[in-house]
Design a protein around this ligand. Structure first.
Ligand SMILES: *Cc1c(COP(=O)(O)O)cnc(C)c1O
Ligand SMILES: [Zn+2]
Length: 390
């Protein structure tokens, strides 16, 4: 197994790989998978990548599943990094790019994390997997569980758009709607997981979703010829992608693939649910529960993130920031991305465009800096969320 160790992200506990582990058994913080990077660096070379498969598994030296036959894959990752000249001009900038995750299996970047997590669940002998979801994680879990012949249980807030329910159930998953938010769904999920022995795949509650998400960092570097942009805007709910990319940058530097320069990481949230923005502004190390969370960008409706301290740590270390946008600004940003570049994005992607406009007006991004905006999913699934606002 390529993973040599699991390290706690908060205390100094380490764990042997190969067991079913969720959080650190001492302090309940998330665990990070560690690899023999010296060994990985020998074969994970730019030249070698040229002939590899066009999915996130192309970076297999630093991925948890070694044997291709054990990977549950639908072709996730290796998404385009699109130059966005018209959007750049509209924003008064010169080098805006969009990492477009909308073409992933199941229509969002959740496919990356769940391809990795469900593959590992199966390798570790799990028969059933579960998670709470705002929509995209649930459908991705269900799709990969179907691919692997595992049973899937998904817990979602009851105001979820109906397409997510239809899709997730079509993959054969059991879906339960819960009165409340994703955190409430998470409580129900955790207690049933304990009762039935399901493998819990909630954000950062097992070590492998973040391994799938980190490949976005590898792809950015590869697509930019082993450099990184000046600024990255990431729509932040649980923060797995931001945390994962930050981990990827460290791994890549250790392997000599990139230098020590890091992008300024910008965590984008909605005004109706901005716990990270508040904690960052106050200089707190973690983010308390946000009361009454609301936004039509359901992926951002996460009032309490398990990895809050990891998000805040990365944002701060990078010299970046956390910023929130209103519902109208999200709609505006989504429409701008569509009209300027032909991308019908999820509102979470629109939120990043809106946030970039704000940063530009405030002089926090210089015109000639290179900026990557994440569009994390397709807009097609969000008709019900968007209709009242458009
Ligand atoms: C889940 C989700 C997010 C938030 O991702 P995290 O890594 O949990 O912060 C953003 N956009 C979309 C479309 C999502 O489904
Ligand atoms: Zn610990």
């Amino acid at each position: 197994m390529p993973v040599i160790r699991l390290d706690c992200t908060k205390c100094d506990r380490t764990f042997a790989p190969g067991a079913v582990l969720n959080l650190c058994t001492s302090c309940s913080a998330p665990l990070f998978a560690r690899y023999d990077l010296e060994r990985a660096a020998k074969t994970l070379r730019p030249e070698a990548l040229a002939t590899r498969e066009r999915s996130m598994w192309r970076y297999h030296e630093v991925m948890p599943v070694e044997d291709p036959a054990q990977r549950l894959s639908l072709g996730e990752g290796y998404t385009p990094l699109l130059h966005a000249p018209r959007l750049s001009e509209w924003l008064g900038l010169k080098r805006v790019m969009v990492k477009d995750e909308g073409g992933n299996p199941t229509g969002s970047f959740k496919a990356r994390g769940l391809s990795a997590a469900v593959s590992m669940a199966k390798v570790l002998g799990a028969k059933a997997v579960c998670l709470p979801s705002a929509g995209n994680a649930g459908s991705a879990l269900a799709a990969y569980a179907a691919r692997g012949g595992l049973e899937a249980h998904v817990f979602v807030p009851k105001d979820i758009a109906s397409l997510f329910l239809m899709e997730t159930r079509a993959y054969g998953a059991h879906v339960e709607t819960v009165d409340g938010l994703i955190t409430d769904a998470g409580r129900v999920c955790a207690s049933l997981a304990r009762e039935h022995g399901w493998y819990e795949c909630a954000t950062l509650k097992e070590p492998y979703r973040v391994e799938g998400k980190k490949t976005m960092g590898y792809e950015l570097a590869e697509q930019l010829d082993w450099t990184l942009p000046d600024v990255i805007l990431y729509p932040t709910g649980g923060g797995t992608g931001l945390i994962g990319m930050w981990k990827a940058f460290e791994e890549m530097e250790t392997m000599g693939l990139i230098g020590s320069k890091r992008p300024r990481m910008v965590a984008v949230q909605a005004e109706g649910c901005a716990p990270i923005v508040k904690a960052h502004a106050e200089g707190q190390p973690d983010a308390p529960m946000w009361p009454g969370a609301t936004t039509h960008a359901h992926g951002l409706r996460v009032p309490k993130a398990l990895g809050d301290f990891l998000i805040l740590r990365a944002v701060k270390a990078s010299g970046g920031t956390a910023i929130s946008v209103t519902e109208e600004e999200i709609v505006q940003g989504t429409k701008e991305l569509a009209a300027s570049e032909g991308l019908f994005a999820a509102p979470e992607g629109g939120a990043c465009v809106a946030a970039l406009r704000k940063l530009q007006s405030a002089g926090q991004v210089a015109p000639d800096e290179s900026v990557v905006v994440f569009n994390t999913g397709t807009g097609f699934k969000y008709v019900e969320n968007m209709t009242p606002l458009w």
